[in-house]
Design a protein around this ligand. Structure first.
Ligand code: PRP
Ligand code: URA
Length: 209
């Protein structure tokens, strides 16, 4: 089972602190989610294979590396995962984007599926599932199960803030999935919100509360 990868880069930590601040408004919150996602993408794509090709510089013919291997798909979990997509596309513009709609039932806190639209060749792509929050882990586990049912493998999961409960549940349910996380918080409260967390990520991105 790969160990979760926690990002300790100062820029990521600084921006997550701004995200946590309840006085950060939706516009700045969206920009920060975008920036943190782009910085995290840098780490999450570190193991992409490369191959050497021959090119001609203004000076001489040279060998230089380009990315090779399978193509990539980003799969945001609606709604909040949408906020992360643009940051990743800035670094990997050729990636395709699929969408999985899952929300937490407010009483049971269990995931409820409501949408799934994936690239036609998704099973042949390396996948990064996106959701800023990993709380109980129910939504991520459900979304990744849906992808595996459609034949996907080589799946990574990227979140900005995780609770220990979510990391444990996701690692147990999908031990093959590498987790990338910006910050590991203390615990979940009685409403299954991450403490200290940043509140409801979807509401803060889309201004719905
Ligand atoms: C939030 C968040 C995750 C989920 C995490 O979504 O974006 O998808 O909760 O919680 P879990 O790990 O306990 O499943 P929410 O259900 O609030 O839906 P929304 O993005 O549409 O607001
Ligand atoms: N979903 C959120 O948006 N925030 C939490 O803290 C937990 C679940």
């Amino acid at each position: 089972m790969p160990k979760p990868f926690f990002m300790d880069h100062p820029l990521i930590q600084h921006k997550i602190t701004l995200l946590r601040d309840k006085n950060t408004g939706s516009k700045e919150f969206r920009e920060l989610i975008n920036e943190v996602s782009m910085l995290m993408c840098y780490e999450a794509t570190r193991d992409m294979p490369t191959k050497s090709i021959e090119i001609e510089t203004p000076i001489c013919i040279a060998k230089s590396n380009i990315i090779s291997g399978r193509k990539v798909a980003f799969i945001p979990i609606l709604r909040a995962g949408l906020g992360m997509v643009d940051g990743l596309l800035q670094l990997v513009p050729a990636a395709k984007v699929g969408h999985i709609g899952v929300y937490r039932d407010p009483d049971s806190h269990k995931p409820v599926e409501y949408y799934c639209k994936l690239p036609a060749d998704v099973e042949n792509r390396d996948i990064i599932v996106l959701d800023p929050m990993l709380a109980t882990g129910g939504s991520a586990i459900d979304a990744i199960s849906q992808l595996k049912e459609r034949g996907c493998s080589n799946i990574k999961f990227m979140c900005i803030i995780a609770a220990p409960e979510g990391v444990e549940a996701l690692s147990a349910a999908h031990p093959d999935v590498q987790i990338y996380c910006g910050a590991l918080d203390s615990h979940l409260n009685e409403d299954k919100y991450i403490v200290p967390g940043l509140g409801d990520a979807g509401d803060r991105i889309f201004g719905t509360k």
